[in-house]
Ligand binder design. Structure first.
Ligand code: URA
Length: 441
């Protein structure tokens, strides 16, 4: 087989066989196919697309290109959750303990943040001592003993995706639905869960800007998951404003703790209850989603979800007293309140700008090697549709550097848009996609 012929076939809009995709992907991963030929194939895929079978084949080949995690020693149905990335998205920190408290094992591999979106692993490291690199044996034992473990992705998880994603990043071939869907799902399949709940974000702070595109991506991922024998459901959720109030690593952990205690923001709780009820249903612990939702609400009310969080933190060598006393989290040196300049209603908060403000404060990574400041961030006090009076606090900025504080404040001011008349808030949950079809909300 020649790479030239594979590129030509896709360039001319034909379907690639399993063997041709495998030849290209594994050849590139092993170094026998050069960057320039793989780039040409990726661009041909970008322009001509891939059908369902090609996308599933590409996913399986990338998923099996490295070490796959075997979770068979964990009892019960393992359900993973994945978010396509958003600003202020701390759902994994809330969902993990909540779902584990309902008896569904949570064995999760998470990523670090890059660019304007954060990562669960960075957030957890704001708790003193918390280890995200425990051995596979400890990972499995923790899930069997307390029902939950969350670790960083291992180096050798889907290495083909890692190499191809890096190439897509520099060849303008990222924003292509079959390539995004196969990239995300290859890592999910390699992580070993039996079922997957996807949170596909939609809006200006997300990869997918429109509901239509988000549904397309979600559909492609649900088909891959089910095609690979893992029950998969996708929820399309709004990312036209940050989720909850906190943006920034330790601030988000504190907000997740508040939510587990029943004192969190409504939108974060609502999303966690929807995602969680699907996880519980797929995990075989409820007959209906409504029943799953009630179970989750009960775990919050009785304090069991919060207790599970503390158990999880202790099991990974973290200081669980941080959950009882959030004053222990390292604090930023400068705190600045941004005030409204006039009366009105908040009509928009540009999510991408809020993410960029967090990045400017040092809370996110410009590149994979950047160090991040876990204590900085933003609290969004006024959200879309809130009425405001001149001088009301709209947001609070936490910084360790006066110059960065100034830059971030300017970005946040520009992120807010106002209206003189009342504004209707968009729905948080926009659609749910299962193997049976799409439910528009
Ligand atoms: N996240 C991934 O892991 N891959 C993509 O292609 C896009 C987002």
């Amino acid at each position: 087989m020649r790479m030239y012929d594979v590129i030509e076939k896709k360039r001319d809009g034909h379907k690639l066989s399993y063997e041709e995709i495998e030849f290209a992907v594994m050849g590139y991963t092993n170094g026998t196919i050069p960057d320039y030929q793989m780039s040409a194939l990726l661009m041909a895929i970008y322009l001509k697309g891939m059908d369902e079978e090609e996308t599933l084949n590409l996913t399986m080949i990338m998923a099996n290109s490295g070490k796959t995690l075997d979770l068979s020693e964990i009892e019960g149905i393992k359900v993973d959750k994945h978010s396509t990335g958003g600003v202020g998205d701390k759902t994994s920190l809330v969902l993990g303990p909540m779902v584990a408290a309902c008896g569904v094992p949570v064995a999760k591999m998470s990523g670090r943040g890059l660019g304007h979106t954060g990562g669960t692993i960075d957030k957890l490291e704001s708790i003193e001592g918390f280890s995200t690199t425990i051995s596979t044996t400890d990972f499995i034992n923790n899930v069997n003993e307390i029902g939950i473990a969350i670790v960083g992705q291992t180096e050798n998880l889907a290495p083909a995706d890692k190499k191809i994603y890096a190439l897509r990043d520099v060849t303008a071939t990222v924003s292509c639905i079959p390539l995004i869907a196969s990239s995300i799902m290859s890592k999910k399949l390699a992580s070993g869960a039996d079922c997957i709940v996807l949170d596909v974000k939609c809006g200006d702070g997300a990869f997918m800007k429109t509901k239509e595109d988000a549904i397309c991506l979600a559909n492609a991922m649900v088909k891959i998951g089910n095609g690979a024998g893992r029950k998969t459901v996708a929820i399309i959720s709004d990312m036209d404003e940050p989720l909850g109030q906190a943006v920034g690593n330790s601030l988000e952990v504190i907000e997740a703790i508040d939510t587990l205690k029943g004192e969190g923001p409504n939108d974060l709780l609502e999303l966690c209850l929807v995602l969680g009820s699907y996880m519980i249903n797929l995990g075989g612990k409820s007959d209906t989603y409504e029943q799953g939702k009630k179970m989750l609400e009960e775990k919050i009310k009785t304090g069991q979800a919060f207790d599970k969080f503390k158990e999880f933190v202790s099991a990974q060598n973290g200081d669980s007293s941080y959950a009882d006393n959030c004053e222990k989290f390292e604090k930023a040196g400068y705190i600045y309140e941004i005030k409204a300049e006039k009366d009105g209603y908040v009509s928009r908060i540009c999510c991408e700008k809020i993410g960029k403000a967090s990045l400017a404060l040092g809370g996110g990574r410009e590149n994979k090697e950047s160090n991040i400041d876990l204590s900085v961030g933003i609290k969004i006090i006024k959200k879309v549709s809130d009425s405001i009076k001149k001088d009301d606090i709209i947001a609070i900025v936490y910084s360790n550097d006066e110059y960065k504080l100034k830059i971030a404040t300017e970005i946040i001011r520009n992120a807010y848009e106002y209206s003189d008349i009342p504004v209707q808030k968009d729905k948080l949950i926009k659609a749910i996609i299962t193997s049976e079809g799409i439910i528009e909300c």
